[in-house]
Structure formats: C-alpha cells, structure tokens
Write a protein that binds this ligand. Sequence first.
Ligand SMILES: Cc1cc2nc3c(=O)[nH]c(=O)nc-3n(C[C@H](O)[C@H](O)[C@H](O)COP(=O)(O)OP(=O)(O)OC[C@H]3O[C@@H](n4cnc5c(N)ncnc54)[C@H](O)[C@@H]3O)c2cc1C
Length: 506
Amino acid sequence: MSEQYDLIVVGSGAAGLSVALSAASGLRVAVVSRGVLGLDGATCWAQGGIAAAIGSGDSPGQHAADTIHAGQRLNNKSAVRWLAESAPDVIRWLISLGMQFDVVNGRLALGREAAHSFPRILHAGGDATGAELIRALRDAVARQPQMDRYEFTDVCEILKAGEKAVGVLARNRRGDLIRILAPNVVLATGGIGQLYCHTSNPSEADASGIALAQLAGAETADLEFVQFHPTALAPIDGDGNPQLPLITEAIRGAGAILLNDQGMRFMAAAHPQAELAPRDVVARAVWDQVSRGHRVYLDARPLANSLRARFPNLVQACHQRDIDPRVQLIPVVPAAHYHMGGIKVDLHSLTRVPGLYAVGELACTGVHGANRLASNSLLEALAFGKALGERLAQRGPVAPITRVDPPAGHAVRAESANDQMVLARLRQLMWNDVGIFRTEDGLQAALHQIQVMERRCLSGAPVLRQLLVARLMVEACLRRRESIGAHFLASPAMEFSKPAHGQAVA
Ligand SMILES: Cc1cc2nc3c(=O)[nH]c(=O)nc-3n(C[C@H](O)[C@H](O)[C@H](O)COP(=O)(O)OP(=O)(O)OC[C@H]3O[C@@H](n4cnc5c(N)ncnc54)[C@H](O)[C@@H]3O)c2cc1C
C-alpha cells in the first residue's frame, strides 16, 4: 500500500516549508521530516537574520554585488540577481504569514553584518530569527488542511519509474519501511555539518539528501566549499555530540579578543584587522593554534558589565558548562557551519532527474559561489522554496503514479552500533584532512580510507550515505587545485600546521 500525493517535500526547515506552503492551496502535499515538523534541522537555530535590500540608499544590485564579492566571483550571476531582487517580496510574504520582525520607531530594524555594504539584515527576537521564522511557518502549516505530515520519518531512497522520480521509500517512527508516491519530489534536507567532529549544525544535517539525490542520478556541484565558523564553544571532554553552540562574531566586534593558552593574542600577528578579520582568516588562525597543541580562548571579560544584556545566549551556553564569562576565559574551537555546494539545480530548482527538485542548503543554485555572504542562506531557502511551490501549484495536479521500479535497497537497514562507530571515525577524518586546511596528501589519504570504510560496510547500511557524500567531497577538493574562498589548499611548506592523521585536535 502506498499513499499518493501531488507533491512530496522531504524536510521541514525554511526551504521545505516554503515549498509546501506555497503549493498547498492547489495540491495535495506530504511533508516528511526526521523530527517534529519545523523544530528539527538548522532553521530554528539561525541567529543573525535574513538579508534583503530594503533600506534607504540600498538596492538589489548592491546586494548582488556584495554576494558576488564574497563568493569570489564563482557565483551564478543570474541566480544572485534573481535572489537579491526576490528578497523584498520574501519579507512581505513572511510578514503576511505573521512573522514578527524586530522594529525600531515603527520601521523594520536593519542590521549591518560582515561584508554587507549596507544595513540590510532583518532579525527577530534579537538573535532568535530562526525560532520566530519557524513559529510563523508552523502556524501557517496548521491552517492548511491539504497537507499531511510524516514526522520522525527518515527517507532512505528516491523511488523512480524509468528516468523519473515518482516518490520516496522511508522508515517511519515504528521502524517500518513505507512508500509515498507523487509526480513531484522536493528534497530540502539541509546541510552536511554532521560529517565533521565539530559543527554548529544539528543532527539532521548529516548529508543524507545529497546521497539520496546522487543515487537517484542527480549531479552535485561545489562540494568542496564548506564554511567554517571560527568560534564555537569547545566541547566537554568525552562528549561525542559534534553539535556545538556558536559564539557570534558580534562579540568580537564588541571588543572580545582571542588568546591561546599562553595568553598570546595571536590574531594581532595574523591579520591587520586582528579579531575582526574575515571569518575564514580567523577560522584558519584558530585551527593553526589548536593544531600546534594550544587551547584557544575568547576573552570577553572586558565586556563583563554588558554581557548578560547583549549576549544572553552566550551567557546561558557558558553557564551550562559552569563557565562564568564575566571572569573566566571561554574555550573555543572552529566548527563546520554552512555548505555552499550541494545538488546542482537550475533556476527552477530542478535537478537533472525529471520530477526531482532540491532547495535550501542542500541545493547548489550557484548563489554563494566559493563562500557565503552572511544571512543569504535563509533568504535563498525561502526565495527558491516559495517560487518552486508557486510554480508547482500553477501547474496543478498531475496524473497519479501507476508504475514504480523496484527500490535499489539503499540505506534500508536500521542504524546499528557499527554505523555510529564508522561515523565517528569519518568525522575525525573529515576534520583532520578535509577541513579548514587541506593538503593533496591528506586528501588522497582520506579518499583511500573512505573507500576502505565503504567496502567494509554491509550493503543497505545507513552510514553508506555519509561515506558516499564524504567521498564526493574529497574528490571535489582534489579537482579544485587552487585555494579559493572556503577551499584552502595548503602548500607543502605549510604542512607543519596540520595535525597527524587520526589525531584529535580539540
Ligand atoms: C547555529 C546556526 C546559525 C545560523 N544563522 C543563520 C543566519 O542568521 N542567517 C542565515 O541566513 N543562515 C543562518 N544559518 C544557516 C541556515 O540556518 C541554514 O542554511 C538553513 O536554515 C537551512 O534550511 P533548510 O530548510 O535548507 O534545512 P534545515 O532547516 O536544516 O531542514 C532540514 C530538514 O530536512 C529533514 N531531513 C534531513 N534528512 C532527512 C531524511 N533523510 N529524511 C527525512 N527528512 C530529512 C530534517 O529533519 C529537517 O526537517 C545558521 C545555521 C546554524 C546552524
């Protein structure tokens, strides 16, 4: 028995819910997600905000120029222009759904961030933008009778009929395999941070969407471009959870500095802007210290009097680790944060597989090029998701599925202790060799080890998805022979900065 819909959306973050809500007035929609709708995935963790050129003197053209500058001109210029022009409409749509953005004197408050040349970042609840966005999207979903939810359901495989995607095979909350069929399948499964042993991303961001699409015949692009955030709160020893709380860059903007365990302020020597250098420069400098055996700390003591009011999330995260940031140093490590690459799609979010679409962090529209401009990722997920949903709704219901090829049996086993062990080894390998500093030798060694792990896994093991994506990422790194954007290929002379294989770095 299979349920039939007009549209299946896999993922309930900003991207998935935008597609589903925009399509739901005309189509029967199923939304499938790993946890509680909207509350799983990265969206509800987003802090900073959503970029849109709506301020006085600003323009979509300037927003596009900043995006292309950050992306080192490797961006798809048409996608960037379309995104920047769509942004004001996305904000109006969110307001119409009930999202409460922060306002000052009755006008939308606009913050200025990183390499944006104008104040154009809209936020909600200060640094709780993602939580408010998800609240508004969930409330809107609750008003849609045409939408069915499949929560705590893991999609294992895209079902096909010949060349065309016609549904998904998934494991539901009871552990049963189920088939859900539709002529349109949208993947919105988020990022890949969980392939690394330190990440800002939640457990759902484990790259499974890239594997699903690639195994169904879709192409990947720009997989080598992973953005690392320089400062996440260092893990508690022995805690295997790779997700770490982010420490916002705004705190360095306010005057906090980085020190190593000898009290040395190493950023002053690394870049003329010291702690305010670009994100990737700071991340590399922190990595360099850690890989030389130093611990790295953020010193926020000069801000002691204003910390609680200005950075409440940081204070709370520190307290959970028994750190009082007013009088103590805060231990930090860099963390995998955002994936610019993913499943290659056209401007209509279509992969090369008919009927299969990808949106949000999973997709590579080419908007970000070699590096993401801050606050463009929620915008991309919302803009491309909304446009895709509207297009599918306009097309209207399509004939039901009458033919499905037998599944290939990818990832159909229940997760085992062995999957967990292999994943832990993979994370360390990715961190050491496919992380902030990469070398040709390290990448070749990683490729070999991943291939060995793949051969040793039982067919149908869920971890094969992570191994596949990791291998594709290493292969993409090896093809990109120069350092650009977030891909930093160290020369042999710099190899001393890399930890030995298998050595934990934090
Ligand atoms: C701490 C943090 C702060 C951030 N701050 C900002 C910010 O201020 N501004 C900004 O623009 N961006 C920010 N980002 C990035 C941004 O939040 C993400 O890029 C964006 O939310 C991704 O949205 P998405 O819908 O593509 O995926 P997600 O929101 O991650 O949703 C993925 C969905 O896919 C589901 N899923 C995954 N695999 C499967 C599977 N196999 N089967 C079924 N379901 C599956 C998950 O359950 C989830 O529902 C931040 C990210 C983090 C982690």
